[in-house]
Design a protein around this ligand. Structure first.
Ligand SMILES: Cc1cc2nc3c(=O)[nH]c(=O)nc-3n(C[C@H](O)[C@H](O)[C@H](O)COP(=O)(O)OP(=O)(O)OC[C@H]3O[C@@H](n4cnc5c(N)ncnc54)[C@H](O)[C@@H]3O)c2cc1C
Ligand code: FES
Length: 285
């Protein structure tokens, strides 16, 4: 059914993608399947979001996917980093500089940055878990004095799959926050740590009494990351995780992303672990 403009409801309007042009395009890794877009609204409108929120990106005639925003929320830039895994994200690999795509958002509840103020902060991520955490890292760097010791622990399957490599090296060099990167398997010139991300916790010292942790990546990584944090004195009330579920409307309307009593698009994607501990490891929920 085609509706006239005056018949459109608020939900109709939120379902309509707006046109965004690809202003910059970077291939992130040697593996060649991860691409970063900087987008600008065709209307010229500014884009506001909170660290940890996501957009629905629409490729005309193919489909729509949820992708986290990975830029500095205070820079006015809108950046997304995507790994090609299936029908939509693979088709998006053919998008070129200056092409126009559709975008709805921002959606969801992001990282609770206030919870980490005046405390030590452990940011732990694996693989494509880094892009959703990048806005949080920028926020910390922009407001460094508000936080205690800050650690970024990142793991990739191989050195070839490390995203934002140059940026990570710059952060390691500047030492404004402590950055540790590990890989599952050594390749080429790699002389850094080898092993799973949670093992990096043994290499850092933080305040067990007050530290807050924010995790993003494969669920198996977050599972072991949380257990390791518990062993290091961080309880589930101070651990936050970002969840991924398949989405359609992103408005809490269709039920596609239902997880227990929640809709991940609206109630998440970021959750306090203590609130979801009962259902985290339940399959097919
Ligand atoms: C809130 C949220 C934020 C997200 N942020 C990002 C982001 O910043 N960058 C990003 O690249 N992705 C992100 N994702 C994941 C992304 O939405 C999916 O990879 C995408 O929807 C897959 O769609 P597709 O049509 O390309 O693949 P589909 O055709 O739907 O899937 C094809 C195959 O890929 C597998 N697959 C689907 N999703 C994934 C996945 N995440 N990892 C590995 N295999 C998968 C499926 O099991 C299936 O076998 C996010 C998801 C959510 C819910
Ligand atoms: S995607 Fe429709 S309710 Fe979440």
């Amino acid at each position: 059914m085609i509706k006239h403009k005056e018949e459109m409801t608020e939900i109709d309007n939120l379902m309509l993608p707006r046109a965004f042009r690809v202003k910059d395009l970077i291939w992130e890794t040697g593996a060649g399947d991860i691409y970063t877009w900087e987008l600008a609204a065709e209307s010229g409108e500014a884009f506001y979001f909170s660290p940890g929120q996501f957009n629905m990106l629409y490729l005309h005639g193919v489909g729509e996917v949820p992708i986290s925003i990975s830029s500095d929320s205070e820079s006015g830039k809108l950046i997304h980093t995507t790994r090609a895994v299936g029908s939509v994200t693979r088709a998006m690999q053919d998008v070129k500089l200056n092409d126009v795509i559709g975008l709805r958002g921002p959606f969801g509840r992001g990282w609770p940055v206030k919870e980490a103020e005046n405390r030590d902060l452990v940011i732990m991520c694996g693989g494509m878990g880094l892009p959703p955490l990048r806005p949080l890292i920028y926020y910390v760097l922009n407001h460094r004095k508000k936080f205690g010791n800050v650690f970024l622990l990142y793991g990739a399957r191989s050195p070839l799959e490390i995203v934002y490599k140059t940026e990570l090296e710059k952060l390691q060099h500047e030492k404004v926050i402590q950055v540790k990167v590990t890989v599952d398997k050594k390749e080429g010139q790699w002389d850094g740590p080898i092993g799973v991300v949670p093992s990096l916790l043994d290499q850092i010292e933080f305040n067990r009494e007050n530290a807050v942790a924010m995790l993003c990546g494969p669920e198996i990584m977050m599972h072991y990351g949380r257990l390791a944090l518990n062993r290091h004195g961080v309880d589930d009330g101070r651990i936050f995780v970002s969840m991924e579920r398949s989405m359609k409307c992103a408005l809490g309307h269709c039920g596609h992303c239902q997880w227990g009593a929640d809709f991940v698009c609206k109630d998440g994607p970021v959750y306090r672990f203590a609130d979801i501990a009962q259902r985290f490891n339940v399959r097919e929920l």
